[in-house]
Design a binder for this molecule. Structure first.
Ligand code: GLP
Length: 252
C-alpha cells in the first residue's frame, strides 16, 4: 500500500472551519455539476457535522446550490434500529439536513437498519451497485471516532471491506451511550460503508474538532497504515484533506 500525503487545514475553531468548508464544498459540488449530470456525495452524522449542515442550509437558502442533481449515500446506521427512532442516523439526517433542502427523496440512499438479518447482504450489495451504476462517489465527508473508526469501520476492519453489518466496538459503544437520550440502549451492531467503498471516492474530507480528537488525529497522521486505526487507510488515497480546529490539531 503506497503512502500518500494527507492535506491538513487548521482553523481557529469548528464554527469558522465549518463555514469555510461548507463554502468550498458547495463550490466543489457546483464544479462537478458543470462537468457532469450528477454529483454523488456522502456526509457523516454525529456531532461533528452539525454546523456544516447549518451552513449548507444557509447557502441553499441563498441559492448558492440546488440538490436536485445530487445523490446522497449514507455512511452508516445502527442495526437494528427503526427509521423513526430519534437516535437513528436516518432520522438525524432528515431532521438536520434533508428536510431543509431540495434533494429529491429518490436521490437519497440510506442504509436500512430495519431489515431482517437474511436481507442485509443483498441490501448492502445493492447499495454498492447503485453507487457504481451512477458512476461512483465524488465527495465523501467523514468524521472520526476516538479509536480511529471511519463510518463504523472499527479497528480490525480490512482495507478491502465493502458495505456490511459490523459489531460496534466497546470503546465506541461507551461514547455513543453517553449521547443516547433517556438511557435508551445503543444497538450493538451497525451497517457501514466499507473502507474500500470510502476509498473508491474521488475526494475525501475528514472533519475533527475538539481536544477529545487530538490523540487519534496525532496517531492517524503519525502512525503507519494499520487495520488497528482504520483512518490510516486514508493515507492510501491521493486526495484526502483533514479539516481540523486548533484543539484537534494540538498534537500534530
Ligand atoms: C460515530 C459514527 C461516525 C462518526 C463518528 C464521530 O460513532 N459511526 O460516522 O463520524 O462516530 O462522531 P462525532 O462526530 O459525534 O464525534
Amino acid at each position: 500500500m503506497a503512502k500518500k500525503e494527507i492535506r491538513i487545514k487548521i482553523y481557529p475553531d469548528s464554527k469558522i472551519a465549518s463555514k469555510i468548508f461548507a463554502e468550498s464544498l458547495v463550490d466543489e459540488i457546483n464544479e462537478i455539476l458543470n462537468k457532469k449530470k450528477y454529483c454523488l456525495i456522502s456526509l457523516p452524522t454525529g456531532n461533528t457535522p452539525i454546523d456544516l449542515f447549518n451552513e449548507i442550509i444557509e447557502l441553499y437558502k441563498k441559492k448558492k446550490i440546488t440538490f436536485k442533481n445530487i445523490y446522497f449515500f449514507n455512511l452508516d446506521e445502527f442495526y437494528p434500529i427503526s427509521k423513526d427512532d430519534a437516535q437513528s442516523y436516518n432520522y438525524y439526517l432528515y431532521e438536520k439536513l434533508f428536510s431543509h433542502i431540495d434533494m429529491p427523496k429518490k436521490n437519497i440512499s440510506m442504509l436500512n437498519g430495519t431489515l431482517k438479518e437474511k436481507d442485509i447482504t443483498s441490501h448492502c450489495l445493492s447499495f454498492e451497485n447503485k453507487i457504481e451504476k451512477l458512476g461512483g462517489l465524488d465527495i465523501q465527508v467523514l468524521g472520526i471516532g476516538q479509536n480511529g473508526h471511519i463510518g463504523f469501520n472499527e479497528p480490525g476492519s480490512l482495507r478491502d471491506s465493502i458495505t456490511r453489518k459490523v459489531k460496534i466496538s466497546d470503546n465506541s459503544l461507551s461514547i455513543i451511550s453517553s449521547e443516547f437520550k433517556d438511557n435508551v440502549k445503543v444497538p450493538r451492531e451497525a451497517l457501514t460503508m466499507g473502507v474500500k467503498t470510502i476509498l473508491s471516492c474521488d475526494k475525501i474530507f475528514l472533519l475533527a474538532w475538539g481536544k477529545n480528537k487530538s490523540t487519534i488525529i496525532e496517531k492517524t497522521i503519525k502512525s503507519k497504515i494499520t487495520k488497528n486505526i482504520p483512518a490510516t487507510y486514508l493515507k492510501t488515497h491521493n486526495d484526502v484533506t483533514f479539516i481540523l480546529d486548533k484543539h484537534s490539531s494540538l498534537k500534530i
